[in-house]
Design a protein. Structure first.
Length: 431
């Protein structure tokens, strides 16, 4: 029989389920395939719709399967419907909604490629508002089916649903913390721009990306920075190119949280990776490392960022973490005290690299003490941040010593070897 343009035929379903069992285990997505839930507002006691839009990085996306979590004390998922993306000859392979636990599992497959002019809506969720406030919808699993029937893991981007009073529509009150029986995980989201996601807990760690507004991310751990502030470790696979970083973190007091966040386990902060033997690097920038250990900065070049900021993880992955790499990955250069050029017997000079984001600059106010442009180990160097118009200093980061934890205009850092300093600016709307 037909329902909402979806074909339900028992024999065909059995055939498809058998077909899917013959496909390999899910692999990492190619071309950054993703499915994004759009934000939605629904009235208390009323129903509304959330659309899921697909970006297919495969040659063809002929089906999908997902698991979603929601807070049943805030909203209820009443049903799932297939969108126009897959066309009309589509049949459902799985459909399960646990209203008490807050879990949705759904899958659909088409035996034909999607229409060339199809709208990008993959599926739609029908929701009912249960309690006033904001609450997340979070993907906990998502796969796409390619033209050969293979399951391919894709990135699922959840959303925030706002439940309002249909009569007066006041400012939503905070959603109560779900009961322990709810399956919704600890989730956080930003309600304003300029919330930075960093590669480690602390404002001295490098910025990986800015957190999208009203886009929920699952929390998988927590740690405290050197000032005692709590940072949430995020599930990195939900960020574009997130797998190129060792880990991703956001400061707890900069985001809104939902779910059993009090039960999130403590995790260790990512270690500082030094380059103890840069002369061992090969001509390609790779560096030998013992099995099961961390490679040096520049030991690989496929993290998606400059090779000098790439580090080989113990499992062989090439990950990105610039602030844990000394300098630009090169060796300290021995330069005679009187000037540059080759020659033995001179002191070891170290390079200070500076950068600023977005735009602006850093003025180095301390003149070089070693050769024409280098510094000696232990030197103190005074820096001045120069923000672009309408921006101000937000934070400092880097691999030199004494990186400030606040947002001062001036910073005095200590040279410990080849090292780098970055300053990050934030838009303030005034000088």
């Amino acid at each position: 029989m037909w329902r909402r343009g979806v074909l339900h035929i028992a024999g065909v379903m059995v055939l498809v389920m058998f077909f899917l069992t013959l496909t390999p285990a899910p692999s990492l997505a190619q071309g950054e395939s993703s499915v994004t839930l759009e934000p939605a507002t629904v009235g208390l006691g009323q129903t509304g719709t959330v659309s899921a839009r697909i970006f297919c990085g495969l040659s063809s996306c002929n089906g999908f399967a997902f698991e979603l979590r929601f807070d049943p004390t805030a909203i209820d998922v009443r049903g799932v419907d297939v969108g126009p993306y897959l066309g009309t000859s589509v049949f459902i392979s799985e459909e399960e909604i646990n209203h008490q636990a807050g879990i949705v599992r759904f899958g659909a497959v088409s035996l034909q490629p999607p229409p060339a002019d199809a709208e990008e809506v993959l599926f739609l969720l029908e929701l009912e508002g249960v309690a006033l406030g904001k609450t997340p919808l979070v993907f906990t699993a998502l796969t796409l089916i390619d033209a050969n029937g293979r399951s391919v893991v894709a990135r699922g981007e959840g959303t925030i649903v706002t439940v309002v009073d249909p009569a007066s529509q006041p400012t939503p009150t905070p959603t109560p913390t779900p009961q322990a029986t709810s399956a919704v995980p600890c989730t956080v989201w930003a309600e304003s721009e300029n919330v930075r996601v960093r590669v480690g807990p602390g404002t001295h760690r490098g910025v990986f990306a800015y957190m999208p507004v009203n886009r929920p991310f699952q929390v998988i751990g927590q740690a405290q920075d050197r000032d005692g502030k709590t940072w949430w470790q995020l599930e990195k696979s939900t960020f574009p190119r997130g797998d190129s970083a060792l880990s991703l973190w956001v400061q707890a007091d900069e985001v809104t949280q939902s779910g059993p966040c009090q039960d999130v386990a403590q995790t260790e902060a990512p270690p500082v990776i030094l380059n103890p033997n840069p002369s061992a690097a090969s001509a390609s920038g790779a560096q030998a490392q013992a099995s099961g250990t961390w490679g040096a900065c520049g030991s690989c070049d496929s993290c998606g960022y400059p090779a000098s900021q790439c580090v080989t993880a113990p499992d062989g992955q090439c990950v990105w973490d610039p602030t844990r790499c000394l300098g630009a990955g090169g060796a300290a250069v021995s330069v005679p005290a009187g000037g540059g050029g080759a020659g033995g017997g001179g002191p070891t000079c170290y390079t200070l690299t500076t950068s600023s984001y977005p735009g602006g600059s850093i003025n180095v106010l301390t003149s070089p003490t070693c050769g024409s442009s280098g510094y000696n180990s232990g030197d103190s160097v005074l820096l001045q941040a120069v923000p672009p118009t309408l921006y101000s200093v937000d934070s400092w980061a880097g691999t030199c010593g004494n990186i400030p934890s606040g947002n001062p205009e001036f910073a005095t850092v200590t040279i410990l070897g080849n090292c780098s300093v970055e300053v990050y600016f934030v838009y303030t709307g005034g000088p």
